[in-house]
Design a protein around this ligand. Structure first.
Ligand code: DX5
Ligand code: ZN
Length: 219
């Protein structure tokens, strides 16, 4: 695996050309970040299993599915079954995150826990050994193109210290407002996976945008 993960978000892509948009970052991105929204957990609606499954067959980049949905216990296993590499669900939407993480791992995928803007991270630190990915939102979940909130990196710093002290094998991913001007501070805080929607798919050359983000994060 790469030292740093660059994960372009297809939320900022052209939804009428998803397969082409996925291929546009081939060789430059590590994961494709797939934002699933149900219009209940967040006030926005994107795609669900049928579209993700079709896109899965159209490309070979690993899928990082970010489920912003109300009932992940019911829906998350479907993403494991269709071949997602990582399935991340929100702490705010799940009473027993460890049980769902175990189910996802048993289904053959990596399990991720997402923490939204207004959720403290402290209660979840002890659950991290059950997860492969911790996604710290750096905006409020729901929409692309929002301004990065640097104060949320305190959660990344805390999680990074906790993960290092416990020798945990976990990715710490940041999502929201990641761009050339913000990725370095997120990397310095301890993130090692970076979601970028607007910064990648709003660029003329999405692959070049990925390479630039990676170079800045590595610096
Ligand atoms: C928003 C999504 C993000 C979104 C980020 O809730 O989880 O993945 O695509 O978009 P940017 O990078 O534009 O902030
Ligand atoms: Zn996301």
């Amino acid at each position: 695996t790469a030292d740093l993960i660059i994960a372009p978000s297809i939320l900022a892509a052209d939804f009428a050309r998803l397969a082409e948009e996925a291929r546009a970052v081939r060789g430059a991105a590590d994961w494709l970040h797939v934002d699933v929204m149900d219009n209940h957990f967040v006030p926005n609606l994107t795609i669900g299993p049928p579209v993700v499954e079709s896109l899965r067959r159209a490309t070979d980049i690993p899928f990082d599915c970010h489920l912003m949905i109300e009932d992940p216990v019911r829906w998350a296993p479907a993403y494991a079954e269709l071949g997602a590499y990582n399935v991340t669900f929100h702490a705010e939407a799940c009473d027993d995150p460890v049980a769902l993480a175990k189910d996802l791992r048993a289904a053959g995928t990596k399990a991720g826990l997402a923490i939204d803007r207004d959720t403290p991270i402290e209660p979840y630190l002890e659950l991290l050994p059950h997860f492969d990915t911790l996604l710290v939102m750096t905006i409020k979940a729901g929409f692309g193109g929002q301004a990065f909130m640097p104060e949320l990196l305190d959660k990344v710093r805390l999680a990074r210290r906790h993960a290092n002290a416990g020798h945990l094998d976990i990715r710490i991913e940041v999502d929201g407002g990641i761009a050339d001007a913000t990725i370095e501070q997120a990397a310095l805080a301890g993130a090692d996976a970076f979601v970028a929607g607007t910064a990648v798919y709003g660029a003329h050359d999405p692959a070049e945008a990925c390479r630039k983000l990676r170079a800045l994060a590595e610096a």
